[in-house]
Structures are given as structure tokens and as C-alpha cells.
Design a protein around this ligand. Structure first.
Ligand SMILES: [Zn+2]
Length: 135
């Protein structure tokens, strides 16, 4: 392990269609098709469905790749009326232990295995990759 602590980046995007859609949810067919297209584009970009959170997630250790994924997700949502959802695309950096390399949970301050102090979890601007102020 070098002096640079590695991170893993999580990119999340809102789902188009809920994974458990009501058969009679009153959604007009055009809207349904549009949302399905968004979901398809996210799959194509490399996202996987997170069923627990009902969102799309992609993970990578490469920041450029994370920003590319975020851009793809924002693009998928920008072709829709739901422009606000485009701004729900997030990029978070999950710390990795500098001593043993274990990935930490987002809220851990120290490594659960070896106790080494960890970099804090941070959220990044999905467009620039700059660190956002801690919420
Ligand atoms: Zn460790």
C-alpha cells in the first residue's frame, strides 16, 4: 500500500421503473417506455440494481470511470421530463484501509479489521469530481 489511500467510488442513480411495479399503476404507456429506456441505458452503462435501496449502483476504483458512469446516468435522465432526477445522481468515495486494504463501511472512522485510521467518506460533484461539502 502506498501513501495514497485507495478509495472505491459508488455512483448511484434513481430507478426509472420501480422494481416491483404495480400492474395497474396508471402510468401512461409512453412514460413507461421512456422510463424503461432509462433503465436500459443504465444497465448498458454498467449499473446494477440495488434492490434494498431501489436505486441503480455502479462501483469502481477509478475516479474517471466513476465520472463517466455519472455522466451516462445524468444523460439517461436528461432525455426525460424528470430533469430533477438527473440531479439525484451521486458519486461517493468509500475509504479503503491504508494498512490492510479492506474496504470500510461509509461511516467507519477506523478499519474494522486492523484499526488503522481511515479517510472519511466523501461525496463528489458528479460533473467535476470535486469534493462536496460534508452534509
Ligand atoms: Zn485495515
Amino acid at each position: 500500500m502506498g501513501p495514497m489511500s485507495a478509495r472505491r467510488y459508488w455512483v448511484t442513480a434513481p430507478p426509472g421503473l420501480s422494481d416491483d411495479p404495480e400492474p395497474d399503476d396508471g402510468l401512461p404507456p409512453d412514460d413507461r417506455r421512456r422510463l424503461e429506456t432509462i433503465d436500459d441505458q443504465l444497465v448498458e452503462a454498467g449499473f446494477a440494481r440495488d434492490l434494498d435501496q431501489d436505486q441503480w449502483v455502479a462501483r469502481t476504483r477509478n475516479l474517471d470511470e466513476a465520472l463517466r458512469l455519472a455522466a451516462a446516468a445524468r444523460l439517461a435522465w436528461s432525455c426525460c421530463d424528470e430533469d430533477l432526477l438527473r440531479d439525484c445522481v451521486t458519486v461517493s468515495a468509500q475509504p479503503e484501509c491504508p494498512r490492510c486494504g479492506k474496504l470500510a463501511r461509509f461511516h467507519d472512522r477506523g478499519c474494522a479489521d486492523c484499526g488503522a485510521p481511515l479517510l472519511p467518506r466523501v461525496d463528489l460533484d458528479p460533473e467535476t469530481g470535486e469534493q462536496l461539502p460534508v452534509r
